[in-house]
Design a protein around this ligand. Structure first.
Ligand SMILES: *Cc1c(COP(=O)(O)O)cnc(C)c1O
Length: 422
């Protein structure tokens, strides 16, 4: 990693030797008003559109136009089993078995549905533990679950906090919380890759710790799916959820992924909210059947899903699978390592990277704290054609993604930041 060099020629050389370089041309790269490509480093917030997306959506529209209701069972990609076309590729990206994965609903909705099954408070054990800088939607969701079950949402919520003067979370502190409160905690729910710091947690360590104290353990992988090596099955987590519009490039608000560990796959007694789509596929349309839940994650579906959104997910997953997730992870480490190398040239008096330095504890995102900066600096960066993300009070989040970002993108970002700082 340390044999990076300065200068644009080196960036171009890295791009030249990049085995995944051709994938950039499979995406629409946003342009400025003069037609110049922007330096888009915001794939952690909204991934870019694969060119294949329009084709798949048009295929669906054609089927609907020509087949009407018959499209459910006819056409190249019939709608009844459409979600099954996504399962295997999605499962591969998150390191799960197909039985453990389904695509349905939106992210926060799925978090609630998972909590119906995996947050089962009793008078003694009812608390929920989250990280103190959890994504707001997750915090609001767990607070409302506490209230829904009749508990106080302040008293019932435990926070895993960074130490004073630090941003990253330490496992020793989590262990201490569990030592003190383990038998009061019903659910541990952690954002597996923190949206602010980019810290990627060791999920297996957290799951094993939680299970040792009798807690259920779930993860929000919105910033992890398509970005880091999740290995959800081996993580031993009870459940996980993620969205498909960040690193998974499936368009704003597109459907969410759900993981339920195999150990719960055949448990018919697990409480859950259900609908006709959770029912046995063979007898679903008999309509008058006693409810018979599907095994695995599919048994948490409620409704027949929006094919429009699934067509976009299918396109994105096909691009991912063509590139190969292992190759993407490899490029990601190199791209972000190069980014880190260039940023460090700016000097410690100017910037500090709050994301962990250890590549096993981060994905592609770097959260950059700029000394004495305010939003004016970020606005200048935007005017200079760099699309990143600003978090108050002084952090710029940048995510060079291996599918469509180049080493030159990263080089340009740092050069423009340098110009603005001077
Ligand atoms: C992006 C994100 C969300 C957004 O939730 P939606 O239900 O998709 O609007 C929630 N939680 C986390 C951790 C996120 O990163």
């Amino acid at each position: 990693m340390s044999n990076f060099q300065l200068g644009i020629d080196f960036a171009k050389e890295l791009d030249q030797n990049d085995p995944l370089k051709s994938f950039r041309s499979q995406f629409h790269i946003p342009k400025d008003s003069h037609g110049n490509e922007l330096v888009y480093l915001c794939g952690n917030s909204l991934g870019l559109q694969p060119k294949l997306t329009k084709t798949y959506i048009n295929d669906f529209l054609d089927d609907w136009a020509t087949l009407g209701v018959e499209g459910h069972v006819e056409g190249n990609n019939p709608w009844l089993p459409y979600h099954e076309f996504l399962t295997e590729k999605m499962a591969k990206i998150v390191g799960a078995k197909p039985l453990e994965v389904v695509v349905m609903n939106s992210l926060t909705a799925n978090l609630h549905f998972m909590m119906v099954s995996f947050y089962k408070p009793t008078a003694k054990r009812y608390k929920i533990l989250i990280e103190s800088d959890a994504f707001p939607s997750d915090k609001y969701a767990v607070e409302s679950q506490l209230r829904h079950h009749g508990f106080d949402d302040k008293e019932g919520l435990l926070l895993w906090k960074p130490r004073t003067g630090e941003e990253l979370l330490r496992y020793e502190d989590l262990e201490n919380i569990l030592k003190a409160h383990g038998n009061e905690i019903a659910l541990i729910m952690i954002g597996n890759t923190n949206y602010y710091t980019g810290q990627f947690f060791n999920m297996k360590r957290i799951s094993q710790l939680g299970h040792q104290y009798g807690c259920m353990v779930g993860f929000d992988c919105a910033h992890g799916a398509g970005n880091v090596n999740l290995q959800l099955h081996d993580s031993e987590a009870d459940f996980a959820i993620w969205c498909s519009y960040k690193y998974l490039n499936s368009g704003p608000g597109s459907l969410s992924g759900v993981f339920v560990h195999e150990r719960h796959a055949y448990d018919k007694n697990l409480n859950r909210f259900t609908g006709w789509w959770s029912h046995n596929k063979q007898t679903r349309f008999n309509m008058r059947q006693e409810f018979d839940v599907l095994p695995g994650a599919e048994g948490w579906q409620l409704s027949n899903p929006p094919i429009l959104s699934m067509a976009a997910i299918k396109a994105s997953l096909d691009v991912f699978s063509e590139a190969g997730f292992d190759r993407l992870l490899e490029k990601s480490k190199k791209l972000t390592g190069y980014f880190e190398f260039l940023l460090k040239q700016l000097g410690e008096d100017t910037i500090r990277i709050i994301t962990p330095e250890n590549v096993e504890e981060r994905g592609c995102q770097l959260s950059i704290q700029v000394k004495n900066a305010d939003k004016a600096l970020f606005d200048k960066l935007t005017q200079a054609g760099v699309i990143a993300d600003w978090r108050e009070p002084d952090v710029i989040r940048c995510a060079p993604v291996p599918l469509y970002n180049s080493f030159e993108d990263v080089y340009k970002m740092v050069e423009r930041l340098k110009d603005i700082l001077n």
